[in-house]
Design a protein around this ligand. Structure first.
Ligand code: ZN
Length: 238
């Protein structure tokens, strides 16, 4: 029997609870996810939807200037479009994760379609000369009960969500970005965007500017920005 009738009846009977399970970053109902790192002084910055030739190179320079490492969840088709940037991300010591090949909403996709999305992204990242990722983040954070099985079949081992969402993709979110980043504390996984799933060339200058403001302040406050690889056993906490 398909699992979907039970999920659909769950949506009918328990509406909000099922939506929470599928969408909330802290939900563990459809499989274990990582939402924080086990460190009081570490912060994991993550950048989604790149690589983006308009921003990623200057972002990499900014991260280098402040001597911090981060994690980039790349879209496969953008990795194929800018393989040199993928190589540069890896060469500068950042971690790379899989954010699917075309950034679909995977909530209602079959396991087979999800595996296809994840494997094509893996191949694109490897084809650009970087190591095969072990980490993945579902687009929009949406995942159904089939997602973790697809992750395993694709050779990935960790599903990474977040504890702080920058919402830097919208004009309103950009205005509130500094306010949101003020909430960052040790152990947080922060989502920011260097790219856009719809097109290459997105303008994310506000994101880089916000980091230029906060990186020295976080350092002075005793926080250390680490990649999810440096964070090591982050999955043991959540
Ligand atoms: Zn995304």
């Amino acid at each position: 029997m398909s699992i979907w009738p039970s999920v659909l009846s769950g949506v009918t009977l328990a509406g909000g609870a099922s939506a929470w399970a599928a969408c909330h970053p802290a939900s563990q109902l459809f499989g274990r996810t990582v939402t924080r790192i086990p460190s009081r002084s570490g912060v994991a910055l993550t950048f989604d939807d790149g690589p983006n030739p308009a921003i990623t190179p200057s972002l990499l320079d900014a991260l280098d200037r402040h001597e911090v490492r981060a994690t980039f969840f790349l879209i496969g088709r953008w990795a194929r479009a800018s393989p040199a940037i993928v190589g540069e991300i890896a060469a500068r010591g950042h971690a790379i994760g899989n954010h699917t090949d075309t950034h679909p909403n995977m909530l209602w996709l079959s396991t087979r379609r999800i595996v296809d999305e994840l494997v094509r992204c893996q191949q694109s990242i490897e084809g650009a000369g970087a190591r095969r990722p072990m980490l993945t983040r579902p687009p929009y954070g949406f995942r159904g009960p089939q997602f973790n099985s697809a992750v395993e079949q694709s050779g990935l081992s960790r599903v990474v969500m977040w504890s702080v969402m920058g919402r830097d993709w919208s004009p309103h979110g950009k205005q509130k970005l500094l306010e949101r980043l003020k909430r960052v504390r040790g152990g947080d996984i922060v989502v920011l965007h260097d790219g856009d799933d719809a097109a290459l060339g997105a303008d994310r200058r506000e994101t880089v500017q916000a980091l230029e403001y906060f990186l020295p302040r976080w350092r002075d406050a005793g926080l250390r920005c680490v990649s999810l690889e440096e964070a090591g056993s982050c999955a043991d906490r959540t």
